[in-house]
Ligand binder design. Structure first.
Ligand SMILES: [Ca+2]
Ligand SMILES: [Ca+2]
Length: 166
């Protein structure tokens, strides 16, 4: 499914704060313009689209997966020394899980971040709901956007079933 998002709908939160505030400035490298989510026969694939993705920032790209199996969260983190990003898979308790089928691709020319999460790492679910979010971490705060809405908290997609086997 395809999601579209406006620009300049960013939110900011500082350490110790419970609530997000609107961030009234442009940050094109964290501003999501849309995304696609696909539940294929082998993997759940999410592709973020940005206004202008740029290397050199500490950013995190999150794919939360709710399903008929235990919750999973795939994260891709970029920073100054890892512009191509590093990925990891967590459960709800934020324990690190092994998932050889987790892949990602950060493309600064196309302004996209793709996360491919093998279905076996989600427990081969009958359906998934996906929630995507992007964060830009700064020294004293974090700025966020998501392709689902113009608020600070992403909402899950409807249930996405994998293609029926032939
Ligand atoms: Ca946006
Ligand atoms: Ca948004």
């Amino acid at each position: 499914m395809t999601l579209t998002d406006p620009t300049d709908d960013l939110w900011v939160i500082g350490p110790g704060e419970d609530d997000w505030d609107p961030f009234p400035h442009s940050r094109p490298w964290v501003d999501v313009t849309g995304a696609t989510v696909r539940h294929g026969t082998g993997a759940v694939t999410a592709t973020f689209h940005f206004v202008d993705l740029r290397p050199g920032h500490w950013q995190e790209f999150s794919l939360r997966v709710a399903s008929d199996q235990p919750f999973r969260r795939a994260l891709v983190t970029t920073d100054r020394t890892h512009p191509g990003g590093r990925d990891r898979l967590l459960n709800r308790a934020e324990d690190l899980l092994s998932c050889p089928g987790l892949r990602h691709h950060v493309d600064y020319d196309a302004d996209t971040v793709r996360i491919r999460l093998a279905r076996e790492c989600v427990g081969d679910p009958a359906w998934v709901r996906a929630a995507l979010q992007a964060h830009l971490f700064r020294e004293w705060d974090a700025i966020a956007d998501n392709p689902h809405n113009t608020g600070p908290v992403p909402t899950y997609t409807r249930r996405l079933a994998p293609p029926a086997p032939r």
